[in-house]
Design a protein around this ligand. Structure first.
Ligand code: ZN
Ligand code: ZN
Length: 113
């Protein structure tokens, strides 16, 4: 079950025909309203984070979201580790302190190799 979008404008005929759009489509070509995620089974508008349709309990495919969250978590860890190394190197006069910290930083993921 792939994520689909639909026009939720009640005055727009696209809703009544239950016209389905791809995830890449942003606006309804007929009325210009921003498209929302909808249930592929009953066309009920879904919250962005919804796992199931509130009306018919059709499961929403969230595989894409999980992959994206995992990738950003790894990137976040690298971003946290990198500034520590830079900050220590930029401050003069703390060479004795900076060396042990730099050694620890090398062992962290995302640190200097
Ligand atoms: Zn529309
Ligand atoms: Zn549904």
């Amino acid at each position: 079950m792939a994520l689909i979008k639909g026009c939720t404008n009640i005055e727009c005929g696209q809703k009544h025909k239950e016209v389905k759009f791809k995830e890449d489509d942003l606006f309804c070509p007929k009325c210009g309203k921003e498209l929302s995620y909808v249930c592929g089974k009953c066309f009920t508008p879904l919250e962005a984070a919804a796992k199931r349709c509130p009306k018919c309990q059709q499961k929403v495919d969230d595989r894409k979201a999980k992959v994206k969250a995992g990738a950003s978590a790894v990137a976040g860890a690298a971003k946290v580790a990198a500034p520590v190394v830079v900050a220590v190197a930029d401050i003069p006069g703390i060479g004795k302190v900076a060396k042990p910290i730099a050694a620890v930083a090398k062992k962290l993921p995302g640190g200097k190799k």
